[in-house]
Design a protein around this ligand. Structure first.
Ligand code: THU
Length: 139
């Protein structure tokens, strides 16, 4: 499948679909994410909560980590959805990790009513990046 062959509506629909799998027994706040890779493949994530709350993993990072584990390294867009009054914004931790692995990513923020699109660099202005400590011999 070629790059950017999915409609925004499809990415949002997939995010809503995986949101059904959210393991959100503590917050009761379910989130879904659909990450589109450069080769057109899609990786889905929902939030997975822990009884030790800080170990919870957000939907966006579940999707990203799944894609990385499958060998994907180039990412185009991610759709994030939840039942929020405004289109659901990624948390600060996810903004950082998404920026680390996909500094040109387009983020589609969605709720039941609408969506909006922002670059990850807009969502994380002056973001920290590994260029600041990169060494020549690091892979
Ligand atoms: N959550 C996400 O999955 N993504 C975000 O960007 C915001 C927060 C989850 C984490 C936790 O399971 C619940 O929403 C409440 O914070």
């Amino acid at each position: 499948m070629s790059a950017s062959s999915h409609s925004i509506e499809h990415l949002l629909a997939e995010a809503w679909r995986v949101r059904e799998q959210a393991c959100a027994r503590y917050s009761n706040f379910a989130v879904g994410a659909c990450l589109e890779c450069a080769d057109g493949s899609l990786f889905l994530g929902c939030n997975v909560e822990s009884s030790s709350y800080g170990l919870t993993c957000c939907a966006e990072r579940v999707a990203l980590f799944s894609a990385l584990a499958a060998g994907q390294r180039e990412f185009l867009r991610v759709a994030v959805v939840a039942e929020t009054p405004e289109p659901c914004p990624p948390c600060g931790a996810c903004r950082q990790v998404l920026f680390d692995y996909a500094p040109t990513l387009q983020v589609i923020l969605g709720n039941r009513e609408s969506h909006l699109i922002r670059g990850i660099g807009e969502l994380l202005p002056l973001g920290f990046h590994d260029d600041y400590f990169r060494r020549q011999d690091r892979s």
